[in-house]
Design a protein around this ligand. Structure first.
Ligand code: S3P
Length: 164
C-alpha cells in the first residue's frame, strides 16, 4: 500500500469525516490540511481569505501539501487543492493513493449552503456549481478510486476494500 492516502473532493464531500475513520481503521495518523493551516497561522480560513486573499491561501496550501507528501498517513485536502498543477503532480505520484469523494451536487450543496467557507459566501449556488463542474476533470485526473456514495459507512467500506 502506498505511503500517503489522500482524500480529495469538493467542499462537503465528507473528506474530514471519512479521513478520521479511515486513519483509525488503518492505525495511521490523520492529517487535515485545513485544520493544520488554521492552527499554523492562528487564523480561520475565512479570516485568512479576508486578510490575504485566495492566491496567498493557495500558495500556503501548496507548501503544506508538499511538506506532508510521502508520510505514512491519511491526509484530507481542501476542495481546491487540485487547482494547482504542482499539487496534482504530488497527488498523482506512485507513492500515493488518491481517493476522490464525489457525491451528487445536491448533496454537496445541502451540506455547504450555510457554511462560512469563503467560496460559499462569495458565490451564488449557480456560480459554485460551475466551479464544481470546472474542477471535475481535475479531481478525476488525480483519482485512483472514485466514490460516489455520500454515506460515510459505505465510503469507509469501499476505501478499506481498495486498501486491502
Ligand atoms: C476550498 C475548500 C475548503 C478550504 C477553502 C477553499 C475550495 O476546504 O480549503 O475554503 O477552494 O474548495 P474543504 O473542502 O475541506 O471545505
Amino acid at each position: 500500500m502506498p505511503n500517503t492516502i489522500y482524500l480529495i473532493g469538493f467542499m462537503g464531500a465528507g473528506k474530514s469525516t471519512l479521513g478520521t475513520e479511515l486513519a483509525h481503521n488503518l492505525s495511521r495518523p490523520f492529517i487535515d490540511l485545513d485544520i493544520l493551516f488554521s492552527r499554523r497561522y492562528q487564523l480561520s480560513i475565512p479570516r485568512y481569505f479576508q486578510r490575504f486573499g485566495e492566491a496567498a491561501f493557495r500558495d500556503v496550501e501548496s507548501s503544506l501539501l508538499a511538506e506532508h507528501h510521502g508520510l505514512d498517513a491519511v491526509i484530507a485536502t481542501g476542495g481546491g487543492v487540485i487547482v494547482f498543477p504542482q499539487n496534482r503532480t504530488l497527488l498523482q505520484d506512485h507513492c500515493a493513493s488518491t481517493i476522490w469523494l464525489h457525491p451528487a451536487w445536491k448533496i454537496l450543496w445541502r451540506r455547504i449552503q450555510s457554511s462560512d467557507r469563503p467560496l460559499v459566501t462569495e458565490h451564488t449556488e449557480a456560480q459554485l456549481q460551475q466551479i464544481w463542474q470546472d474542477r471535475l476533470s481535475l479531481y478525476a485526473s488525480c483519482a485512483d478510486l472514485v466514490i460516489t456514495s455520500e454515506d460515510s459507512a459505505v465510503q469507509l467500506r469501499e476505501v478499506l476494500g481498495f486498501c486491502r
